[in-house]
Write a protein that binds this ligand. Structure first.
Ligand code: FAD
Length: 291
């Protein structure tokens, strides 16, 4: 569960086991934070794309044959190209076209087979803004060095501060099946649970906590038609699913996104997969050497 956001009955233990010479905690020590939020990364990536970037144009259908792709979107002209890189989440890829997924004509058989190796994880993340730094209550003057605390409530597992910035913020995290169940209860229940469990951790009452609350944010990734879950994880037997999904279909449809990278589940993995797919396409179109 936790940060893999996975159902322990389904998760492949082999997929998350550290490599022979790696420490299980090594990655956890290298936690970084993007100043300004991840929106800054997306803006930086799109800085040179100008009008060729078409937002709010969800892809409905991809018709293809070797060396030719035709992409139908809602609200934009049909796009035609020799190749396409598909980077939608696994949750969208496995969705039937009749339920808002993408219609592939013909079905990319190898990709469909690879997708059976994945499940989508659930995450509930709640952000609270307060009038005053809530951590001072328990940190006794050490709040500026506090990065996160582990919680032992029924739902939320971790609460982050805004470290290294100082801001009266708390980010609460719940991952795995309990996140899916909590999200199904809806916004009011999610926020009430978050307030109750955070109040317990801060040794105050939900009522007192609420009186100093200035804002609360939550997003339902499971129901978001552009996500259908938080991020993917490998099912038992699906250890090589990311490698299989990273292989192009007839050198025409290329796949990227966090699920296609062996690390998975992070922005790092998504970026690495984008570089890999770009190299594959360049190699296909120009015969350039791939590294
Ligand atoms: C709550 C939460 C917190 C996280 N925190 C962190 C963190 O702290 N650090 C970290 O490294 N990772 C974090 N992650 C994971 C990280 O966000 C993902 O691994 C990463 O965003 C995956 O990138 P991606 O490009 O594969 O997919 P996405 O970021 O999901 O991008 C897929 C894109 O496809 C678009 N799309 C979907 N359907 C269609 C369609 N039909 N037509 C056109 N476009 C479509 C979507 O709108 C979206 O823009 C977090 C994830 C969640 C849910």
């Amino acid at each position: 569960e936790g940060f893999h956001a996975a159902d322990l009955e389904l998760l492949s233990a082999r997929s998350i086991a550290p490599e022979d010479d790696a420490s299980a905690t090594e990655d956890a020590r290298r936690v970084g934070r993007v100043d300004g939020g991840f929106g800054a990364v997306v803006a930086w990536l799109g800085r040179d794309l100008g009008a060729s970037l078409r937002l709010r144009s969800p892809v409905r259908a991809i018709r293809w044959r070797p060396g030719f792709v035709e992409v139908t979107t809602r609200g934009a002209p049909i796009l035609r190209a020799r190749t396409a890189i598909v980077t939608v989440p696994v949750g969208v890829l496995v969705r039937p076209a009749s339920a808002g997924g993408i219609r592939f004509e013909p079905e990319p058989a190898r990709v469909r087979a690879a997708l059976t190796g994945f499940a989508m994880g659930s995450v509930v993340r709640v952000t609270f803004a307060f009038a005053h730094d809530p951590w001072e209550r328990i940190a006794h003057g050490g709040a500026r060095r506090l990065s996160f605390v582990q919680l032992f409530g029924d739902s939320f597992q971790v609460a982050w501060t805004a470290y290294p910035r100082r801001a009266p913020l708390v980010v609460l995290w719940c991952g795995g099946p309990r996140a899916g169940a909590l999200a199904r209860d809806g916004r009011a229940a999610v926020l009430a649970t978050a307030r109750r469990e955070l109040a317990h951790a801060l040794r105050t009452s939900p009522t007192a906590l609420r009186s100093s609350l200035r804002g609360a944010w939550w997003h339902d990734w499971d129901r978001d038609p552009c996500a259908r879950g938080a991020y993917a994880y490998a099912r038992v037997g699906g250890e090589d699913a990311s490698r299989r999904l990273a292989r192009p279909e007839e050198d025409t449809l290329f796949f990227a996104g966090e699920a296609t990278d062996p690390e998975g589940g992070t922005v790092d993995a998504a970026l690495a997969s984008g570089w890999r797919a770009a190299r594959q396409v360049r190699s296909r179109l120009h015969g350039a050497r791939t590294r």
